[in-house]
Design a binder for this molecule. Structure first.
Ligand code: ACM
Length: 609
């Protein structure tokens, strides 16, 4: 009997040790400012109650239940009279915490989250990431977390002009953004390839500008002349749908910043209202990406149109900021237009750059008069910056540096670090079609948005950071999510976590695998990162071996070393691979990773030297 019991006991003991270790793990993205671990755990059961204390606490409690239900399929009762087995959401602190800051205190008996509404919401997001599932039990390690963001503006831009994404997909992304404590959704609503927002006064924007007859297949440089798919495509959001997104985002502490492009990237508008162009029509909603010469004329009807549009936009979007684009505006049409030249002369402007600046300043005055602030891409610096404009620096950091030196606020989104439409591997042949460039996870992660070229006072103008997702080559939800994740998780840590607390190894090896598993569970696609491939010397045989460690621990690896394709018919990796006798020939390892949830990676190719 004894002999039998001992192994069972050992197993139980081992199990409980592993459980205790797991239950003690704190894995939160973005990494909090301060974490003090304790001993033990709080068990969340169906009998646990939420006590909502103070203004808006019940709203946050409902959001907690929304996320809990989505992940675990149940909700907790809100009961403001209980004192034990309780999760307290408290917005009534006498000494107020700063906006978005929170304290999260987990003991064996209760969980307390305090701050103002935004802070308690983020405390809840941290709590959701702390929950460990063990069989049917949910446990939360005893811990005290004090946390606050490094930057006020932590944004993600989505271009829906090039490809339209429906509001269910937008909401899916907003949910992940909220879990990562990102707080600005920059919605790029208009471009040469499509206008996406219902404007009641200008119905042709949605009957004509929202649709294109045909789109190129492949990349811009793949076929010359272009090859077209011959398929009509497009779409738009009704004002009600846009309001629904604004509300959905606000419940998740996310402000939606709409972008209405001007004076360039406006071909789709000119297709419907050619009188707003420079007489160079006829115009067509564009079926390919790039920089277009077709821009607005600087006449009164154009300003009337734009002010009408912005009036409807402001009625939908309560955001303090309205983005007006301003990027990539070739001035050729204005150079060749007697009318534009007259506007330059009448307003005592030097050139077309000053005309653009004059154009943007007029729009800024209109926005300011309506209590809003203007954001534009860094080209709005050329010809002189409008007095109160905020600059989004995308052509590197210089625009942002110049603007901050002039006392303007800045959001950093430089192409080399924050353009997550770029490919995620150097070898583009292993990736889906992307716009070009190579932007791996670690480069996003290690970006610091406060340039050393600025003094501490000037650095205060850096409001934060944003990653941009342009969608010329992204037509499906699956691909959009593949391009977003995991790089948006790295963005979150750039925006939230102080530099001294950032650590790529800890992020990528310890916390990211858990985040990716959770994404998988929520039905969100992501790019499975490459495994760690190491060549070792096998002491016994004196031969070399290849060790492959996948990122997500319980994944499978299938591989070949004979140059042939790796798929799930290839060798299953179980232990380091003995390198074959190659007689000096080059050797290529090919492998795929298949997660426990049956997600399949790209085929990765490694030259073994
Ligand atoms: C941009 O990428 N044209 C802002």
């Amino acid at each position: 009997m004894k002999k039998r019991i001992i192994p069972v006991l050992c197993l139980l003991l081992l199990n409980s040790i592993t459980f205790a270790q797991q239950a003690n793990e704190v894995s939160i993205i973005p990494k909090p400012a301060s974490v003090e671990k304790g001993i033990g755990a709080f068990i969340i059961s169906k009998h646990t109650n939420i006590l909502a204390k103070g203004a808006d606490a019940e709203k946050v409690a409902s959001m907690f239940n929304y996320f809990l239900n989505k992940k675990y399929g149940f909700v907790l009762k809100i009961n403001n009279t209980v004192t034990t087995n309780v999760i307290v959401l408290n917005t009534t602190l006498r000494i107020k915490l700063p906006y978005e800051a929170y304290q999260l205190k987990v003991t064996n008996h209760s969980i307390n989250i305090s701050g103002e509404r935004s802070g308690v919401f983020y405390g809840v997001q941290s709590l959701l990431q702390l929950i460990h599932e063990n069989g049917r039990q949910l446990s939360v390690p005893v811990v005290t977390i004090d946390d606050a963001p490094n930057f006020a503006y932590r944004g993600l831009m989505l271009d829906v002009g090039r490809h339209f994404f429906d509001i269910d997909e937008i909401k899916k992304i907003l949910d992940v953004m909220a879990s990562l404590k990102l707080n600005r959704f920059h919605w790029h609503l208009t471009d040469d390839q499509g206008w996406r927002l219902e404007i009641k006064k200008y119905p042709k924007l949605t009957s004509i500008s929202a649709w294109r007859d045909s789109s190129i297949i492949g990349g811009y440089g793949d076929f010359k002349p272009f090859i077209y798919d011959g398929q009509r495509s497009g779409g738009f959001y009704t004002q009600d749908q846009a309001r629904e997104v604004v509300k959905y985002a606000a419940e998740r502490n996310i402000v939606v910043i709409p972008e209405i492009e001007m004076p360039g990237h406006s071909t789709a508008v000119l297709a419907a209202y050619p009188e707003l162009g420079n007489g160079t029509g006829p115009y067509k909603v564009a079926g390919y990406g790039g920089v277009f010469y077709t821009i607005y004329n600087p006449g009164e009807p154009t300003f009337k149109f734009l002010e009408d549009v912005l009036t409807e936009v402001m009625a939908i979007f309560p955001s303090k900021y309205i983005h007006i684009g301003g990027d990539e505006v070739p001035k050729d049409e204005w150079k060749n237009s007697p009318f534009a030249q007259l506007v330059i002369k009448d307003n005592h402007l030097k050139n077309e750059e000053e005309l653009q600046s004059w154009f943007i300043s007029r729009i800024e005055k209109f926005l300011n008069k309506n209590g809003r602030n203007l954001i534009g891409w860094d080209e709005i610096l050329e010809g002189g910056l409008s007095p109160n404009a905020t600059v989004m620096s995308w052509r590197g950091e210089q625009g942002g540096i110049d603007a901050a030196k002039q006392g303007h606020d800045v959001i950093m989104s430089p192409g080399g670090y924050m353009y997550i439409d770029h490919a995620q591997a150097k070898d583009h042949t292993t990736e889906p079609l992307a716009i070009g460039g190579f932007l791996p996870l670690d480069v996003v992660y290690n970006y610091s948005p406060r340039p050393a070229a600025l003094t501490p006072d000037q650095q205060k103008h850096i409001l934060g950071v944003q990653a941009n997702m342009w969608t010329e080559y992204i037509a499906t939800d699956n691909k959009l999510e593949y391009m977003l994740f995991p790089r948006v998780a790295a963005l979150a840590e750039v925006g939230w976590t102080k530099s001294e607390n950032k650590d790529y190894k800890n992020f990528s090896e310890n916390r990211l695998p858990i985040f990716l598993k959770n994404l998988e569970r929520s039905g969100v696609n992501y790019r499975i990162p490459e495994a760690d491939v190491v060549i070792n010397n096998d002491a016994q045989t004196g031969r070399k071996t290849i060790a492959i460690t996948p990122f997500i621990a319980d994944s499978k690896i299938y591989y070949t070393v004979d140059g042939h394709k790796a798929d799930n018919t290839a060798n299953l990796y179980t232990s380091p691979i003995l390198i074959p006798y190659t007689n000096g020939r080059p050797l290529t390892l090919k492998y795929i990773i298949v997660t426990a949830g049956n997600r399949v990676s790209n085929e990765f190719i490694v030259d073994i030297k």
